[in-house]
Design a protein around this ligand. Sequence first.
Ligand code: BLG
Length: 484
Amino acid sequence: MLPRSGSRITLSRILLVGLAITLLFLINRSCTEQPTTLERVQNKGQLVVLTRNSPTTYYEGPDGPTGFEYDLAKLFAEHLGVNLKIVTANTFGEVIPRTAHGDVHLAAAGLTVTEERAKRVRFGPVYQEITQQLVYRAGKDPPRRIEDVIGGTLEVMAGSSHVERLKALKLELPALAWKENTELESEELLSLVWEKKLDYTIADSNEVALNQRFYPELRVAFDLTEPQQLGWAIPKSKDDTLYNAAVDFFNIINANGKLKQIIERHYGHVSEFDYVGTRKFMQHFNERLPRFKAMFMQAGVQSGIDWRLLAAIGYQESHWDPRAASPTGVRGIMMLTRTTAAQLGITNRLDPDISIRGGATYISHIIDQIPGRIPEPDRTWLALAAYNIGFGHLEDARKIAQQRASDPDKWIDLKENLPLLRQKKWHNKTRYGYARGNEAVVYVENIRSYFDLMIWMTDPRPPRPDSTINELAPDIPTILPPVL
Ligand code: BLG
């Protein structure tokens, strides 16, 4: 008997083990049949990216949506062969929780990689280095150390890496106090400092640099951190597919120079800018431009060029002074040379309307001469350099670029090569010879900055929400419904 019951037990054991194996096999099969995150993105044809609406990330530009993070995310979507769907966070504090919750595929929002955040999300490759900066308004005693801000008002974005930094500083300096604003973006906090409604704020160096052009009296007291890195945040998961695709993508755009180009597009003209110049620009915008605005708009319609770009050229040329004249006989609001004026059939260069229309026609002719394969905005930056230095010299600089194995179709590369037209070693080999190529670079970079300012001053900006200050910002804001 015993042996028989023993064999029954063995049999049922075998059956059980067999059943378990079958079950495991089925579970495993159903697991492997689940599409990966990357497959889901590709099947749906859509990459959903969370960002912030700010000048360093994503905003509506003159030609549609733009911004550093937007351009980067758009390129990633193209790399994956899918469309980009942008979702904007209402508050900065939402970004990490919504990403961690898996509401979106990734967040590209100017996020500093921090230890705290890395506990909740997975960071992709880093792409930009920033420092956190303490900002005040000129006219106040500049704080020299963090202790100096005690007693003043200091406000930072809730949920930001700036809060993390302040918390660390507070361990050493218990009297340090600040308010965490759940409503306002960095840009808006910077504007409050500028409006003297706030003594100090903390912002990332890239944000400060961009905003100093709009709020020229903003000053950096000191850096609060060593250089930190920005990276995309990806929901944590065992599935590595999207993360790996992002790693591949950054390897590619690092190697082919695309990342450098996007950085140049958004920040290239910023560091050169002179803040006294911005102040003057704003004064002239109010006092001088109104007389010529309709003329620029009309010329814009006729030439198909954004009137604000034409106004930016006019400002760089003459500070909107219709009687401007150079010692070599270049004249008028758009500073046409005698030869250019003759080519355009213009006899009175001092008439602002005639000068503006002439300048607009001339620049649109140059844009048409730039090889068709060169896309915007480089096309316009190259044309502007030619407006100033002459098409022949621009071509010379492009040939030099080619000889030096840099790209003659990219403004970022021409910026390096135009100044060589001053050096004998280079210009004696060119067709048109010596030219002040370095001035043409400053010329174009200034126009880029004036154009940004024109857009900023003329676009109706969304009303700023009331400064709702939350002393104890909740760590995790309410999770919004997922958008995936
Ligand atoms: C530009 C002309 C180009 C010309 C270059 O000079 O003027 N642009 C216009 O007239 C709009 O046509 O190119 S060329 O035709 O191929 O020779 C080079 O000659 C004007 C520049 C010169 C500059 N501002 C527009 O940017 C200027 O005012 N220079 C003053 C020099 S100085 O202070 O008198 O020495």
